[in-house]
Design a protein around this ligand. Structure first.
Ligand code: ZN
Length: 321
């Protein structure tokens, strides 16, 4: 399994392995697209590998792990509310964990996208995580560490995934068979977030959302109120679409604010736009703009009519300038 970037995680795992101090529980967290599941898969492969150099990628265990068919690597079912894990799922895992492994010396439970794991589910897992059988390992992935209880966090090793550098992202995209032109376009929007770059290339909806967000940003830069309202109304076609666009717009605003403080850490999808915004706006207007956008976001969540949200946002943005 080839991992691009996230070298600090890989070396942490390798160190634990070398010193014989492998932790039993891991929380792998970070933004969408940064490879949390890949890292979890890598760790599982490393734990089941039958060769000296782990993970070798060639042994039977590594191949099965890579194909998601290893009987001792168990992905917890998303059976609960909001994509969490139901009480039954947790109960089954708690029982299963005390049954010795089938094919290897370890048993690994992976809880992907654990963002909506309930307090109850975590409490039910606590005993297992406090005193796991010697062969059992638990890996959780989530956007933020804050979804976990302090009692779980204190018993697990928390590791955050991060963006790769641009050249690594381009190499990865090339390895995935993406053309140079597409790869450059994607990296221009999502930098070293390889997962988001791939989504951008493969999903027309995301591509449209990015284009529209760029247009909205240009309208703000050019103080073109009419075009801004027109673009925002287009964005208001659907709730989830509008939320996505506003969160992308907010990232561009945050980038422009970071640039004000001579920080070039882009998280948004429009570097050129962030640069121009930061040239034309004061720190204070950037802050106001950010507030306007987040306020609108909250209104959407309160089910306010989308057309109303965007027309008030448009007025708010023009006043910020
Ligand atoms: Zn192997």
């Amino acid at each position: 399994m080839k991992i691009y970037g996230n070298e600090h995680l890989i070396s942490t795992f390798q160190n634990m392995l070398r010193t014989g101090r492998m932790a039993h529980s891991f929380l792998i967290y970070g933004e969408k697209g940064l490879g949390k599941k890949m890292v979890a898969g890598y760790l599982a492969q490393l734990l089941v590998c039958e060769n000296e150099e782990k993970p070798c990628g060639r042994c039977r265990a590594c191949i099965n792990a890579g194909n998601n068919t290893h009987p001792d690597i168990i992905y917890a079912e998303h059976s609960g509310k909001l994509g969490g894990f139901s009480v039954d799922t947790i109960r089954n895992i708690s029982t299963d964990a005390y049954i010795h492994p089938n094919n290897s010396n370890v048993k690994i439970y992976i809880f992907t996208d654990a963002d909506n794991i309930t307090v109850q589910a975590q409490n039910s897992l606590l005993k297992l995580i406090e005193e796991p059988p010697s062969y059992a390992y638990f890996i959780f992935t989530a956007h933020s560490k804050s979804v976990f209880l302090e009692t779980i966090i204190s018993r697990a090793v928390s590791l955050s995934v991060s963006q790769t550098d641009i050249s690594t992202a381009l190499t990865a995209l090339n390895d995935y068979g993406i053309t140079e032109e597409q790869a450059n376009d994607a990296v221009g929007c999502f930098g070293g977030n390889i997962g988001m770059c791939l989504d951008y290339i493969n999903q027309d909806e995301l591509k449209n959302a990015v284009q529209l967000t760029k247009r909205i940003t240009d309208c703000i830069i050019n103080r073109d109120e009419y075009s801004l309202l027109y673009a925002l109304t287009e964005a208001a076609s659907e709730k989830a679409f509008l939320k996505n666009i506003l969160s992308m717009l907010d990232r561009i605003i945050r980038d422009s604010l970071a640039l004000k403080y001579q920080e070039e850490s882009f998280i948004g999808c429009y570097r050129g736009g962030a640069l121009k915004l930061s040239e034309t706006l004061t720190v204070r207007s950037c802050g106001n703009l950010h507030r306007c956008v987040t306020d609108s976001y909250k209104l959407i969540d309160r089910n306010v009519n989308l057309k109303l949200v965007v027309s008030s946002l448009c007025g708010g943005i023009m006043n910020c300038r």
